[in-house]
Design a protein around this ligand. Structure first.
Ligand code: BES
Ligand code: MN
Ligand code: ZN
Length: 507
């Protein structure tokens, strides 16, 4: 697919479909009239007769137009202009790609100006069009062997046109930047939709290395022997039940900016979570291939920050294991000594994410970071609390929490804060060791995060994102088919793109 931006011209390459947006109650189709008066007149007649009102998602289209550059013209209803927000515009663009799909339109021309509103200005509109065009057209077809099973083809070419000649060059760069972000999200989806028998920890590491080579990043992979020597026993214990070795992937970008401080990103990379000996029920267990979403978001974000050439020093860490029941799996009751020296009693082998993250978080101390952000499909409880629409956010620095939450609001990856009050720490204290890896069954998202907190280097601003609910679409969504959706990539890119020293509290 290609998304491009151009000034509106009378001539131009032929498209299959011309699309303009229409706000409810809009009287004057002036811009459209200039392009084709026949279509504008037909539309006005339909509007006058209330056959087309411009409700969100409503469509008026015609094949009998005077426009020579496309056989069909279409007006897409956008609802009331004053109610349009980025959230609803994203949905409308998703609808548009669906309409183009259904018509087998390969090249679509869009009058960008007709989608602009007070709340969503030109640059934001161009960004949304670009991102959602790519995201909505995404399909994972790797394993379909028969052509007839292929889903309808998405448009190959979305051309945004504007009458505002003075905006062309800046909007063109917005489109270019948004394409980089969108392609990164698709990359993350592709990796994440790969099943557990393919995308195991060594394979994930080789994908990270390949990406690093492409984007000119540093990438180091610690294997079994090194992890053992270093005492990363959380990672090792979880992986004990797997025949495949664990890895700790470490990617680094922007060393030349180190003087301004280092930011660490950490992501949970459980390539499959059976639950271990505390095995999960079989219903829905196939979805546990997306337990690597956090790691993939981090790996992808590392490639993206290099692509965007951000002026920051960033280290991405992705501990990756398979939580399985073969080999010599850990048992409930096992006590392990973690990388930072604390001891943990494993009450439940299904609470494995926190064990591998604990080691990776303590290892961050090596980089003396000014901030740590981790992303993990950590708790089913978070999924229950927020559904698939909101990501849980918790942390030790309110400024950092606010900055991440604001970024999420901006890109449509919403986060909502839960408290980390001391009292919640009581129930992860253990009888025979320092800590235990589960709480008392209540407030599971909070107690899991309290556990992580024990391993975060002292006085380091830290934010944890629980993406258990948000990283996966259980059904087709306007911008993503059922499956992995790449949650976190846009959020991390947004936080890092607008990074400022104001994002963390002064010590
Ligand atoms: N990977 C799961 C969390 C999860 C659940 C992610 C559903 C996505 C959808 C995690 O490893 C897990 O199993 N957590 C347990 C913790 C419990 C044993 C304390 C949970 O949430 O049930
Ligand atoms: Mn688990
Ligand atoms: Zn898990």
């Amino acid at each position: 697919m290609k998304v491009s931006l151009a000034g509106l011209t009378k001539s131009g390459v032929k498209a299959d479909l011309f699309v303009a947006g229409y706000f409810k109650g809009e009287k004057d189709l002036k811009a459209l009239k200039k392009i084709d008066s026949a279509f504008a007149k037909a539309a006005e007649a339909a509007i006058a007769k209330k056959r087309f009102e411009g409700k969100t998602g409503e469509v008026f289209s015609s094949y009998q137009t005077g426009y020579r550059q496309a056989p069909e013209m279409l007006l897409l209803g956008l609802g009331e202009e004053k109610e349009l927000k980025a959230v609803s515009l994203r949905k409308s663009v998703g609808t548009l790609i669906g309409l183009a799909n259904g018509r087998k339109a390969r090249k679509v021309r869009v009058l960008l100006d007709s989608f602009l509103s007070a709340a969503v200005p030109a640059e934001e509109t161009a960004k949304i069009f670009t991102e959602i065009s790519f995201l909505a057209a995404y399909r994972f077809t790797q394993y379909k062997t028969k052509k007839k099973d292929d889903p309808p083809k998405a448009p190959e070419d979305v051309e945004l046109v504007t009458e505002k000649k003075e905006l062309v060059s800046s909007l063109r760069s917005t489109v270019g930047r948004s394409e980089k972000i969108a392609r990164a999200v698709l990359f993350a989806r592709d990796l994440n939709n790969e099943p557990g028998n393919v995308m195991n920890p060594p394979r994930l590491a080789s994908e990270a290395k390949k990406l690093a080579a492409e984007k000119k990043l540093e990438c180091k992979v610690l294997g079994f022997a090194e992890l053992k020597k270093m005492g990363m026993n959380g990672i090792l214990a979880v992986n004990q039940g797997s025949m495949t070795p664990p890895v700790l992937i470490i990617m680094e970008y922007g060393k030349e900016y180190q003087a301004q401080g280092t930011i660490c990103l950490v992501g949970k990379g459980v390539t499959f979570d059976t639950g271990g000996i505390s095995i999960k029920p079989s219903k829905g267990m196939e979805e546990m291939k997306y337990d690597k979403s956090g790691a993939i978001a981090v790996i992808t974000a590392m490639g993206l920050v290099a692509d965007l050439k951000l002026p920051l020093h960033i280290v991405g860490l992705a501990p990756s294991v398979e939580n399985n029941v073969a080999a010599d799996p850990q048992r409930p009751g096992d006590i392990i000594k973690m990388y930072n020296g604390k001891t943990v009693e494993v009450m439940n082998t299904d609470a494995e994410g926190r064990l591998i993250l604990a080691d990776a978080l303590s290892y961050c101390a090596e980089f003396k970071p000014i901030a740590i952000i981790d992303a993990a499909t950590l708790t089913g409880m978070c999924h229950h609390t927020f559904g698939d629409k909101t990501c849980g956010i918790l942390g030790t620095d309110q400024k950092l929490i606010d900055a991440v939450q604001k970024a999420g609001e901006k890109v449509g990856e919403r986060c909502w804060q839960l408290p980390l009050w001391e009292e919640y720490g009581e129930c992860i204290k253990s009888h025979h060791s320092d800590l235990q890896n589960t709480g008392d069954g209540y407030a599971g998202t909070i107690t899991a995060t309290m556990f992580l907190k024990e391993f975060v280097p002292e006085k380091t601003p830290w934010v944890h994102l629980d993406i258990a609910g948000t990283a996966w679409c259980t059904a087709n969504r306007f911008d993503c088919p059922k499956g992995a959706n790449g949650f976190g990539v846009r959020l991390l890119a947004e936080v890092l793109s607008n990074w400022s020293s104001e994002n963390i509290s002064k010590k």
